[in-house]
Write a protein that binds this ligand. Structure first.
Ligand code: SF4
Ligand code: SF4
Length: 417
């Protein structure tokens, strides 16, 4: 934990109302200011106690406090350093260690996720009945089962999707882990939209994890290994710009040079590649393909790692506003996290559930036909919270909405299970 970064906090408290855990519990030590105070105590010599680790674990890493802070405190860097310190020095209970081993041994590994498709498919109908048993065994297992999306048909994207019409750019595309296996429609829509807008899209096969999960969970060495592999993959593909369509992956790939700062040669290679969010890239490129009307109302949800961590708020809204007959509604308290936050809803299911319930209530109150977001975790989390209220929420990624408009599809094609 960098003491110089800790010193930047002037304890003004402007960040407090934006913090989801402070909103839930009203505890100073579960606010950004309180957590920075705990970091200060630790760098000044106080050993890391289980209570302190608990307050750090309870942080969603949503970065709403970074947006809100008028003093420019780099809470994002501080919490990453702190999580790494927690993982190094704090001994977790056996059950916690076992659950973490399961999550980190599974999620960043596309092949293992692929192997899970069949058992998930076979138990799809059984899962609601198993929920009470899993809840008794371990609420984290119940959360995992409840959040698992329906298993979709596999969609293979060719290694090159050629530009339609005049070629305006050549880009690479990151396919991701969970996104590739459980939301293949989003990747397929992303590639089509880019191609229709005049881009050659290079999609290297056998991509691995980008390291987002590891870097956000205090596992920087593992994250660096994933980052090096991702950089090498896109260097071999011969592209300079890489499009990322999942918010968490977008924020971590943009920070590769910082992650690899201890290895100057790799940091330089990271700087030579430009990782960019899909909406950010399309807004820069400008529209070329014809937009067909989509007569429907959508609610746009800001994924924290897109809005707070990357500052991408205006671009997706502008892209949606450019679709004829599409009405975009704002969700109240839009800056507040939905509780998904990477693996937060698995490790901290009670808090995540409460935040998800609040968000679902606000989303349903908007009365839109479809919820649009740029992060699969958010859409799973909010849809699952809506189901607890007995409502089926149609959800889609920004890329799917644009794809439907460019191809002249009907609104009914969006958000179907
Ligand atoms: S990252 Fe989010 S949850 Fe963590 S302290 Fe900041 S606002 Fe609170
Ligand atoms: S993190 Fe920023 S907003 Fe929050 S108390 Fe410190 S200086 Fe104030």
């Amino acid at each position: 934990m960098d003491p110089e970064l800790i010193k930047d906090c002037v304890h003004c408290g402007f960040c407090l109302p934006t913090c989801p855990t402070y909103a839930l519990w009203g505890e100073e030590m579960d606010s950004p200011r309180g957590r920075i105070h705990l970091m200060k105590q630790h760098v000044e010599g106080t050993p890391l106690t289980p209570e302190m680790a608990g307050h750090f674990d309870a942080c969603l890493g949503c970065m709403a406090c970074v947006t809100a802070c008028p003093s420019g405190v780099r809470y994002d860097t501080l919490i990453e350093q702190t999580r790494a310190e927690v993982e190094r020095t704090h001994r977790r209970g056996w059950d916690e260690r076992a659950f973490r081993a399961l999550v980190f041994g599974l999620f960043p590994h596309p092949r293992r996720l692929r192997a899970l498709r069949l058992p998930l498919k076979l138990t799809e109908r059984l899962r609601p009945r198993l929920a009470p048993l899993l809840e008794r065994l371990d609420p984290r297992l119940a959360a995992m089962a409840a959040l698992a999306p329906p298993v979709p048909r596999r969609t293979l994207i060719p290694p090159l999707v050629a530009a339609r019409g005049e070629r305006r750019a050549v880009v690479g595309m990151l396919t991701g882990c969970v996104q590739a296996e459980f939301f293949p429609r989003v990747n397929a829509a992303t590639a089509r939209v880019l191609a229709l807008e005049g881009c050659d899209v290079v999609v290297p096969p056998r991509q691995g994890c980008c390291g987002a999960l590891s870097v956000h969970s205090g596992r920087p060495e593992e994250a660096a290994r994933f980052a090096r592999r991702t950089i090498a993959t896109f260097e071999r593909a011969g592209v300079e710009t890489v499009i990322v369509n999942a918010a968490g992956c977008g924020s971590s790939t943009k920070e590769y040079a910082d992650l690899l700062a201890g290895d100057p040669a790799w940091a330089e290679r990271a700087r030579a590649l430009r990782f960019v969010d899909l909406a950010e890239f399309l807004a820069e490129l400008g529209p070329a393909a014809e937009r067909h009307p989509l007569p429907m109302t959508v609610a746009y949800h800001d994924a924290c790692h897109l809005a707070h961590a990357q500052g991408v708020r205006a671009q997706p809204r502008a892209l949606l506003a450019g679709v004829p007959e599409l009405r975009v509604r704002e969700i109240p308290d839009a800056a507040m996290c939905c509780g998904s936050a990477g693996t937060y809803n698995l490790f901290q299911p009670e808090a995540a559930r409460e935040l998800g319930d609040r968000k679902a209530e606000q989303v349903l109150g908007v009365g839109a036909d479809l919820l649009v977001s740029a992060n699969p975790g958010c859409t799973m989390q909010i849809a699952s919270a809506a189901r607890r209220r007995g409502e089926e929420l149609r959800v889609a990624h920004t890329a799917e909405v644009l794809d439907a408009s460019l191809r002249g599809l009907s609104p009914a094609a969006l958000g179907a299970p």
